[in-house]
Each structure stands twice: as C-alpha cells, then as structure tokens.
Design a protein around this ligand. Structure first.
Ligand code: BES
Ligand code: MN
Ligand code: ZN
Length: 502
C-alpha cells in the first residue's frame, strides 16, 4: 500500500473513491462541497435518515452523478459531537470510525481512494505530540492491521486486487510531520503484523532454530541491524544451566538470539528480552490437554521483540536497541528436568525447580544476566509468563512490574499513547519469601497466591544492577478460543512508542 498526504481541495481531487464525513446532521466541509456538486444528495440522505446518527454508519454512492472527479463517494457518520466545540470527536468514537473505514477500504475492489478529514479534532489528543497526525496515523495502523492474513492460509486464498493507494487529506497539519507520522505508522503496522505471524506459526515450523534464522534474515534486510545466536554448547560454556534445563527434554535445540539495531551509536542501548518458548507442554509437570495448542503462543514475548526491532529498522528510527530472545521448547521426556532438580543459573544463584511448567522465568533469568554485558540504559523483558496475570487483569492490559518508577511511568505513558495499555503491579519485598527453598537459593514457584507477582519477584533477583521492567503479556499477546484465535501483535505498539520517546 502506498500512503500519501495532501491538503488539496476535494473539488480538485480526482479519485476512484472520495471518503468524506458527517457529524450528526452536519456535513464536514468536504462532504458539503460534494453535496453541492450533486445537487444536495448527501444532505437529502441525512434528512431521510437513510444514513443514521450512530458512529461508523455509512453509505456508498456509486456512479457519482455529474462528477468528473470522484467515481464514487463513501460518506461516514462520526456520531454526535461530544461538546459544543465544532468538529471535535471523542477518541473512542474516532477509533471505531477509523477501524470501520479501514475494514471497508481493505475489502474494496478499486485501486485508489482519498480520505478527507478536513479540520476534525480528536478530543484528549490535543496535549499529546503528533496531535494533528493522530487521525492519519491511526487510520494507517488500522489499515495495516486488517490487511494481515496468516501466510499458510494466504497461499491458498490469494488476495484479489484491491486498494493500492490511499491519499490522506488533513487541513492544518504540518506536511513533514504528517508524512513522518504516516511512515512511522506503516512501519509499526509491519512490525505488528510480523509479530502476529511469528506468534501464529505452529510449533512444528516455528522452532528455536527457525527464530534464529529469522533474526539473520532480518539483519540481511536492514544495514543498521546485526544478528547472532548462541547454540546450546555455547550457552553451556557461559553457565546458562537454568535456560538449558528447560530444553533438556526436547529434541529441538535451544538458541539465545541477539539482534542489535544501531540507528544511533550510544554506549548504552535499551535492551529488550523476550520469552521464546516455541511450545510449552509444561514438561514433566505436564499441562492438561484442553487448549494446549495455545501454548504455541508462548513465544509471543520473543515475537514482540522481533516486531519492535523490525518496526524501528523500517522507520529508520534514531535509537540503539538490543533485542535478546531466549528460545527453547518445553517438553517431557526421559531426559527432561524433573520436579526437585536443582540448577545453577548464569548469575551463580541456584534454583530448585519445583514445577517444570514455570519455565519462562528459568529461560529469562539467564537471558537477563547475559544482557548485563550491554550495560543497558534500560532493560525490559516481555513474556507470556503466567496464567495468573489473566486472572488479575483479564485480556485488556499487560501486567507491568518495575524496579524503577520513572521507567514504569514511561512505559505506562507509552501504552496510553499507543492504545496498547499496561497496568502496574506491586513488586514489594514482602512477596520474596514465597520463593524460599530448603535446597537452593530460591524455588522457581511461589505458591498459589499472587502468581504473576511471585514470577516477577523471581526475575527481580536477576536484574538488581539495572533499571528493569517486566511485561507479563499472557493475557494481551493473543486471543484464545476458536473464532478470534490469533496473536494480537501486542505490546509492539507500547514498546515502539517507548523507544521513540525515551
Ligand atoms: N506459558 C505459561 C503461562 C501462560 C498461561 C501463558 C496461559 C499464556 C496463557 C507459563 O509457562 C506457565 O505455565 N505458568 C504457570 C506457572 C505456575 C506453574 C507457577 C501458570 O501460570 O500456571
Ligand atoms: Mn509453563
Ligand atoms: Zn510458558
């Protein structure tokens, strides 16, 4: 898709489809001009109630009578004005309208369209940067989101020719700023769809070695990006026995994957660490079978590191980010780790593995210790770590933990801006004693209560030297069930926003 911006008058714009808006029974200026050109057809539609007053209702006007410029017109209802103030719309209404518009345009058979936002303002977005660009940026992101098709199905159901070019008209926006916002939104969309694709791939394709190959392929595409990966043998030498204890039962070799994006050269990069369990059976502490297929999504944290790095590289962001992925498969077998086994982590701390299904923290702790060599400016790990965070927060927010409140605030704010929200959870010392063990420095589980918090408390023991945060995305990174099953691409929006603004 090619996106461009302009502030051309609708009457001078030739297009296969002009998209214009009304608010209640008032036509926005571009819709008004079209109305004039077709002898009041649009206002007649409003009067007759053929176009209702609810947000995102719409009518298509094919074969525009007497028009040289617009082959067809799409008129969309923005809903009632939230305040007396002219041409303002509430953010959630705007999101609904843009989502609908993106769906309609993605299903279109014509090749180009032009959207006329005129001087529409979004309430609550005035105080944020990129305020005028929010509409364009959100539309582009929604377009990208709805264009995603899972690769293994796409091969069979070839997408027919559809929209190729979208022109976005906004008055009162700074042209350079608008173009930058469009470019960034398109790049973010690509990153998000990449994260969704990696998440959705089944575990017989998406193995730890497959992920390591992905990192190399990405590095070939972008000159500012480099990638390498460590084999089990190399990890053995580094003393990563906690990570290796997880892949012991699997025929798939584990990998520690490292990607470095140098859009700026700083001595202290931001470091992201992703949980990349390509399938989590639970190991000897075997999971029950219903919905176990969803444990292919246990590498969504890793997938979000891939997607974030791709988005930043694609938008040529001037940031320095290292992405580390701890990739392994958790299987039961004659060689598998057993409950009660004690291992020594790379940090030297020993761990009694009381439950082999609490494997995420076991791979992450060694990856977090490995991250120290980059002297991280900030260290953020992303993991589908616990079922308990879904009980606590449901599927709407990612769980956020941090040992530094400034970092927590920066991530929370990024989530708000990107509409990819997180909610902070406590990381008090009070929880630490739940991890006590008679046989090692700590146990890998903390009992039934506060399951997501004790998991975070475990990780906190390995990140004391740095400003660190942990995102538990077990509820937000994918949808389970049947009808809407799939990876969401979260929290790539949050992470990219955070890295661009800090
Ligand atoms: N990968 C799971 C967590 C998970 C559950 C992710 C549901 C997505 C959806 C993790 O490895 C796990 O099994 N956690 C256990 C921890 C427990 C054994 C302390 C859990 O949450 O039950
Ligand atoms: Mn598990
Ligand atoms: Zn897991």
């Amino acid at each position: 898709m090619i996106y461009s911006s302009s502030s051309v008058d609708v009457s001078k714009q030739k297009t296969q489809c002009a998209v214009v808006f009304c608010q209640g029974d008032t036509l926005l200026p571009s819709a008004g001009e079209i109305d004039k050109a077709c002898s009041g057809l649009l206002s007649a539609l409003l009067k007759s109630k053929d176009l209702g007053a609810k947000e995102a209702e719409h009518v298509w006007l094919p074969l525009m009578p007497g028009s040289q410029n617009w082959e067809r017109v799409l008129l969309i209802q923005l809903g009632k004005r939230p305040a007396k103030k002219s041409r303002q719309i509430a953010e959630n209404s705007a999101t609904k309208v843009l989502n609908k518009l993106a769906k309609l345009l993605n299903a279109a058979k014509f090749k180009d369209a032009a959207v006329f936002f005129d001087d529409l303002e979004v309430a609550g977005r005035e105080d944020l940067t990129r305020e005028r660009e929010w509409l364009a940026s959100t539309l582009v992101q929604k377009m990208s989101f709805h264009s995603y098709q899972f690769s293994l199905k796409q091969a069979k159901e070839k997408k027919q020719a559809g929209l190729k070019k979208l022109l976005i008209n906004l008055s009162g926006a700074n042209k350079a700023g608008l173009n930058k916002a469009i470019k960034q939104a398109a790049a973010l969309g690509e990153g998000i769809n990449y994260t969704r694709e990696l998440g959705n791939l089944p575990a017989n394709i998406c193995t730890p070695v497959y992920l390591a190959d992905q990192a190399r392929d990405l590095a070939k595409q972008y000159s500012a990006l480099s990638a390498k990966s460590l084999t089990e043998k190399q990890m053995e030498k580094l003393g990563m026995h906690s990570l290796l204890s997880v892949s012991r039962g699997s025929d798939e070799e584990a990998r520690l994957i490292i990607m470095e994006y140098k859009g700026a050269d700083t001595k202290q990069p931001h470091v992201l660490v992703g949980k990349g369990i390509t399938f989590d059976t639970g190991g000897i502490s075997l999971k029950p079978s219903p919905a176990m297929d969803e444990m292919k999504y246990d590498m969504c944290g890793a997938a979000s590191v891939f997607g974030t790095i791709k988005a930043l590289a694609e938008m040529e962001a001037k940031v320095h980010v290292v992405g580390i992925v701890a990739a392994a498969e958790n299987m039961p077998s004659g060689r598998a780790t057993k409950p009660g086994d004690v291992v020594t982590s790379m940090s030297g701390q020993t761990i009694e593995i009381l439950n082999t299904d609490a494997e995420g923290r076991l791979v992450l702790c060694d990856a977090l210790t490995y991250a120290e060599r980059y002297k991280p400016r900030t260290l953020v790990d992303i993991a589908t770590l616990t079922g308990a965070i879904i009980i606590a927060l449901g599927h709407h927010a990612s769980g956020l933990y941090a040992n530094d409140q400034k970092l927590a605030n920066a991530l929370l704010e990024a989530g708000e801006r990107a509409n990819d929200r997180a909610w902070q959870m406590p990381l008090w010392d009070d929880y630490q004693k739940q991890l006590d063990s008679n046989f090692a420095d700590m146990a890998n589980i903390g009992g039934r209560t506060g399951g997501s918090i004790t998991a975070a408390s475990f990780l906190a023991r390995f990140t004391k030297k740095h400003r660190w945060a942990h995102l538990d995305v077990a509820g937000s990174a994918f949808h389970g069930g049947t009808t809407s099953k799939g990876a969401t691409g979260r929290p790539v929006g949050l992470l990219v926003d955070y890295l661009l603004n800090n």
